[in-house]
Ligand binder design. Structure first.
Ligand code: ASC
Length: 154
């Protein structure tokens, strides 16, 4: 290999490494894909959060293990939807308000708050104490609600 080919090989490897490292930050090929991603991850999130809510509200019996399993998923899923709200994805769905893109710092702050509360929800689930779970569920649900009130068309 001559120097030029070695250089372009190294540059290629670096680019590959960077795109793998970027992982979740990878932009979507199409705005529609970003919308599908945020809707799909929010749907899964809501499903697992609702299962905890059912225990907290007494609709189903409290099962400490199921609470932890669902809270683990919520804590991971909470980190996903944000990247689906990137630039250029605001005109594809009617559910997301334009303020998401005009108030990006505030939107990010709310999202970060929710991610933190989700981690607290998991910690609370792991105590195997229903009262702790109830308190953490309420705080987490409040972060869901404030973001929906501000940024979702109902
Ligand atoms: C849920 C769900 C939401 C939140 C929100 C909390 O179970 O699907 O979007 O809780 O209703 O206020």
């Amino acid at each position: 290999m001559n120097t030029q080919r070695v250089t372009s090989f190294v540059v290629g490897l670096l680019a590959l490494g960077m795109s793998v490292a970027a992982g979740a930050q990878t932009p979507f090929a199409r705005a529609e894909d970003a919308v599908k991603y945020r809707q799909g991850t929010l749907f899964a999130l809501s499903h697992h959060f609702t299962r905890i809510g059912a225990m907290v509200n007494g609709r189903v019996p409290y099962d400490a293990r199921a609470a932890v399993e669902n809270a683990e998923l919520v804590a991971v899923l909470a980190k996903l939807p944000a990247i689906g709200f990137g630039p250029g994805t605001q005109h594809v769905s009617r559910g997301a308000k334009p303020e998401i893109w005009t108030e990006q710092a505030r939107f990010k702050e709310q999202n970060d708050h929710f991610v933190v509360e989700s981690a607290r929800l998991l910690a609370a689930a792991k105590t195997n104490n229903l009262d702790q779970l109830k308190a953490a569920y309420a705080s987490t649900a409040a972060t869901c609600k404030s973001c929906h009130d501000a940024y979702r068309n109902n």
